[in-house]
Design a protein around this ligand. Structure first.
Ligand SMILES: C[S@@+](CC[C@H](N)C(=O)[O-])C[C@H]1O[C@@H](n2cnc3c(N)ncnc32)[C@H](O)[C@@H]1O
Length: 125
């Protein structure tokens, strides 16, 4: 990707500890205002595998937001398929306001939705 002024670009697998460490080094202890994840796994076509992989990425993103988002900050996450009630419940314990949205730009046949969590609480309830 060509460089963009004011943008740090890190290309890596978010599941790898080494990549997370590089990202944390770039942050240098600063809390962020927003964590946004549009990650989705390469689809295998095996529903149970794809959903488990997608949920793993969503859980890693939530953990990242737990550690690096400032209190009051916002977290936007893509969720795939059904069966994310527990995940949304976990978001509500962490954020004042949680909304589930299917944007107009998202294809109707795609199982993706987005959870927008706003107002990170100082402590998990
Ligand atoms: C739906 S696409 C996102 C497209 C992006 N919003 C854009 O406009 O280009 C899903 C993205 O998740 C990324 N992804 C999947 N697994 C990942 C992982 N383990 N670590 C980092 N990125 C991952 C893929 O490389 C892909 O770019």
């Amino acid at each position: 990707m060509p460089p963009l002024a004011g943008v740090e670009f890190l290309h890596g697998d978010f599941r790898e500890e080494a990549v997370l460490s590089q990202l944390e080094a770039l942050l240098a202890g600063q809390r962020v205002d927003l964590v946004l994840s549009d990650m989705a796994p390469n689809m295998s076509g095996v529903d149970v595998v794809d959903k488990a992989r997608a949920m793993h990425l969503a859980e890693l993103a939530m953990e990242f937001a737990d550690s690096h988002l400032r209190p009051g900050g916002a977290f936007l996450i893509k969720l795939l398929g059904v069966g994310f009630d527990d995940y949304v419940r976990d978001l509500r314990r962490r954020y004042e306001k949680v909304a589930i949205r299917k944007p107009a730009a998202s294809r109707k046949r795609s199982p993706e939705v987005y959870a927008l969590a706003q107002g990170k609480r100082a402590t998990i309830q």
